[in-house]
Design a protein around this ligand. Structure first.
Ligand SMILES: [Mn+2]
Length: 262
């Protein structure tokens, strides 16, 4: 696959559930009402792969079909690799916007450090392009079109919003018909309560192996947070920064006087 040059402004769409995920096709359908949509998505499921960069094997890109038969590109790279590939020159023109999703399962609170969906959006912001990560608060995906509709509406609003500093919005949508959505809340990240458990078994050759299992995570449904919004039936929109600095502890750490002698 050589590089190519889209003739018109476009939206780059990716996900972490893989190119065959139904949510990807649904979102592509809705986004096409706004712009040309270029889909470049992983060929397999990268859920919980975080912000990864493939450095020790070649990346490949090939034409592939989405779940609805529409055309896209698949890659053996991670979600963030897909965005990097497009933005670093596979496509000879920057997208106006990067959209990642629709992920099957909420990405809220502490999930953002695991999420391949959000990592793809973070990669876009690193290269100066605004991005939206979209997740459905469900493992079943009964109403992906609710999330697709809202995401396309929000994408239109972001396209109108002209500012030099790129914007990253993390969106979570209840899995229910659009008429049953209570509203839209602008939120901060909440806190997850993970219920992971290590499962230890023995393979046929007598060696131990491990699996991170357990129950799905819960969350603290605090008012004003993404988890709180979903718990009340609202769509949650959280503006995200990549700056992980603990500003509250800067002054304290300076008082530790680490200059030594050490
Ligand atoms: Mn996923």
């Amino acid at each position: 696959m050589e590089s190519f040059f889209p003739q018109s402004p476009y939206i780059l769409l990716t996900n972490d559930d893989g190119i065959h995920a139904p949510g990807l096709a649904k979102l592509a359908q809705r986004l096409r009402a706004l712009r040309t949509v270029l889909v470049l998505a992983p060929d397999q499921n990268w859920s919980a792969a975080g912000h990864s960069k493939t450095m020790h094997k070649p990346l490949r890109v090939w034409p592939a079909r989405l779940e609805d038969g529409s055309e896209g590109l698949a890659s053996n790279g991670s979600p963030s690799d897909c965005v990097a590939l497009a933005l670093l020159g596979l496509v000879q023109r920057l997208p106006e916007l990067v959209v990642s999703g629709i992920n099957l399962g909420a990405n809220v609170g502490d999930d953002l450090t695991y999420s391949g969906t959000v990592a793809a959006a973070m990669e876009a912001v690193i290269w100066g392009v605004s991005a939206i990560a979209v997740s459905l608060d469900s493992s079943e995906g009964r109403h992906p079109d609710t999330a697709a509709r809202f995401a396309a509406y929000l994408a239109g609003r972001v396209l109108e919003y002209k500012e030099d500093k790129p914007l990253l919005l993390n969106v979570n949508v209840p899995d229910r018909p659009a008429e049953e959505i209570v509203g839209v809340q602008i939120t901060k990240l909440g806190h997850r309560l993970y219920r992971d458990a290590l499962v230890t078994r023995v393979d046929p050759r007598g060696r131990a192996y491990y699996w991170i299992g357990g129950e799905p995570p819960e969350g603290i449904p605090e008012e004003g947070t993404d988890i709180g919004a979903l718990a009340q039936g609202y769509i949650s929109v959280t503006p995200i920064l990549l700056d992980l600095t603990d500003y509250g502890r800067l002054a304290e750490l300076k008082r530790w006087n680490l200059a030594g002698p050490w």
